[in-house]
Design a protein around this ligand. Sequence first.
Ligand code: CUA
Length: 330
Amino acid sequence: ARLARLAPLAAVVALAGCRGPQSTFDPAGTEAASVIDLFWVMTVGATLIWLFVMGISIYATRVQPGAHSERTGNRFIFWGGVVFPVVVLTALLVFGLRLMPGFRAPADGPRIAVSGERFWWRIHYDTPDTPGVAKALSMEGTPSANEVWLPVGRRSEILLGSPDVIHSFWVPNIAGKTDTIPGRINRLVLEPTRLGTYNGICAEFCGTAHAQMGFRVRVVSQADYDARVALEASDAAVLDHPGRASFEQAGCGACHAVRGTGSNGLVGPDLTHLASRQTLGAGILPVTPDNIARFVALTEHEKPGVQMPAYSMLPPAELETIAAWLGALR
Ligand code: CUA
């Protein structure tokens, strides 16, 4: 009786993870909706079959020897061992194959290049199509990082690549997973159907900070999307700030770009509009000047295995002014 009383509580705990911004159980995109349909068909179907087989097994252990003729036994084997699996597996195959053309339907929205880096996501909006595709991932289009904006109701084409190791691009609520593989371009079409902010993650072990390689997907109206891309394409807004000189003196521009200044490094994430993103360090911290200072000084602590060296040698005042500047780059 006590167990029975605990059951609803256990169910609540188990299902609590089913909604939210990073759940395949809460689809906000066409592909994710197909995937969850397939999941339920398979789960419910497999459960029914399991119960049926268990029932027969229990019956078999109880029936008296000689209760059935050999002919009945053979019939059981034919219908249960041959016909039943063929019918069930064929039906499942047909159901699965019918979902696939939906995944392959052509895109009608923007084309966005996403490159899996160690350990963050390089993004280019309005990236050119073939034959520039291979080049697209080596930086054509409007650069950004770690946050992919998408117009709702459009089929956006995501080109996926990587310069060194394999990652996997996954937005559980919308679609995925598709690997980013060095030397080739994979295509993924994302068709978000609901406005909102969703979490994406790297779904292929890629190194020490694999678990901290997240991103955000912001699903917005077409007008908001256009405004966002225009913002991404513009130069940095706050140029007259003491933090800018400190940033340049510390050599940050060798790896990071802040467009509109002399800093045009391509190794690390583009910081031109850093403060307009929700997260810092690829999904791990909210963007605040405090967190920026912390990340710069304690990089290895915040994100083990990250390529960026920690700048703990910077005097605190300098660190603070750099963080204040970056934190103002909306
Ligand atoms: Cu990138 Cu795991």
